[in-house]
Design a binder for this molecule. Structure first.
Ligand code: HEC
Length: 213
């Protein structure tokens, strides 16, 4: 019953957010370092020509299990120093001139759009002759972004492409809150300490009040 209520409450909101298209739940796993690293690779290779992640520094990617040498060798094409932020090569002016809309920075896109939206967005581009660049999207009608992963999608099986999209979304979620995982583990430690303190405090209370009464 509760589930039904929740579904009734949330379905219209999700549908509205997606322009009528239902969103597929993104099967992301924030602790899966292999997936995060694959997502980082796809991001620098396919997205950073147009989009940056200006709140993210390259050397922070040691968070997802990469060494500085790996970051420099495999991920840094448009920066010289590992302490730089993931800035886009293209200027906002050029972006506006080329696409009509400047490609937005993607640092916090996972927080504004949500993982499910992103996962669905990346998997619902379709051919549309009426659009200037030949593509359209089911959750972002008349989008100014072409389907930049179309070659990859054509080469891969559906399962492989879904995995590519999942890894990329996993990475974007991480970029949106790089300390998310450590914040959660700190929270668990804090709760544990509180439980232990409670046990001691309770034992002490018992000991103090034993003879009173
Ligand atoms: C050729 C340039 C280009 C590339 C490469 C590119 N994008 Fe875009 N992207 C754009 C443009 C332009 C827009 C703005 C679309 C609009 O507002 O109509 C956009 C919009 C988006 C949006 C929607 C932002 C919003 O308004 O909510 C997302 C998400 C996005 N891109 C993700 C990606 C990802 C992930 C990649 C890499 C796989 C990528 N883009 C690669 C040009 C690009």
């Amino acid at each position: 019953m509760r589930k039904l209520l929740a579904a009734l409450l949330f379905a219209p909101a999700t549908l509205l957010a997606a322009g009528g298209q239902a969103l597929d739940p993104a099967p992301i796993e924030p602790r899966d370092l292999v997936s995060l690293q694959a997502g980082a690779r796809t991001f620098v290779n396919y997205c950073m020509n147009c989009h940056g992640a200006q709140y993210m520094r390259y050397n922070r990617l040691t968070d997802i299990g990469l060494t500085e040498a790996q970051i420099i060798d495999n991920l840094m094409f448009s920066a010289d120093k590992v302490g730089e932020t993931m800035k886009v090569a293209m200027s906002t002016k050029d972006g506006k001139a080329w696409f009509g809309v400047p490609p937005p920075d993607l640092s916090v896109i996972a927080r504004s759009r949500g993982a499910d939206w992103l996962y669905t967005y990346l998997r619902t581009f379709y051919r549309d002759e009426k659009s200037a660049h030949g593509w359209n999207n089911k959750v972002f009608p008349s989008v100014a972004m072409p389907h930049v992963l179309w070659k990859l999608q054509a080469e891969q099986s559906t399962v492989q492409y879904d995995t590519t999209a999942r890894d990329l979304v996993n990475f974007l979620v991480y970029v949106g809150e790089p300390s998310g995982q450590s914040r959660k583990s700190i929270g668990i430690v804090v709760l544990f300490v509180l439980v232990v303190l409670f046990v001691f405090a309770y034992a002490m209370k018992k000991a103090f009040w034993k003879d009173v009464r």
